[in-house]
Design a protein around this ligand. Structure first.
Ligand code: FES
Length: 96
């Protein structure tokens, strides 16, 4: 089950990345948020409640889309372009 359904740019080259170790493929021009929600129904779980989150404003204002890479870097998924080889972790640091 995925939250977003791709309607445009389906002919763009694929960009592979992983979410919790699962190989996924986005498209050139995707934000990380778009790419992740094209494969799943949540972006991450809340650091406070553990509830699923999927971003809110989609424009860098609400801070609801922070995600963590395996490197430990934290990024706003809605304003971060997808890059080949990104390795995303959706569990919060307090839940691991
Ligand atoms: S969805 Fe609001 S800052 Fe990213």
């Amino acid at each position: 089950m995925h939250l977003l359904h791709r309607l445009t740019r389906t002919d763009q080259p694929g960009i592979t990345f992983t979410v919790d170790g699962v190989m996924c493929e986005g498209r050139r021009g995707d934000t990380l948020l778009t790419a992740i929600l094209s494969f799943g129904e949540r972006l991450r779980q809340s650091d406070f409640s553990g509830e699923p989150r999927a971003g809110f404003c989609q424009m860098g204002a609400c801070q609801d889309c922070w995600i963590t890479l395996e490197s430990g870097d934290r990024l706003r998924a809605c304003s971060t372009p997808l890059v080949e080889g990104m390795r995303v972790i959706t569990q919060s640091s307090t839940a691991r």
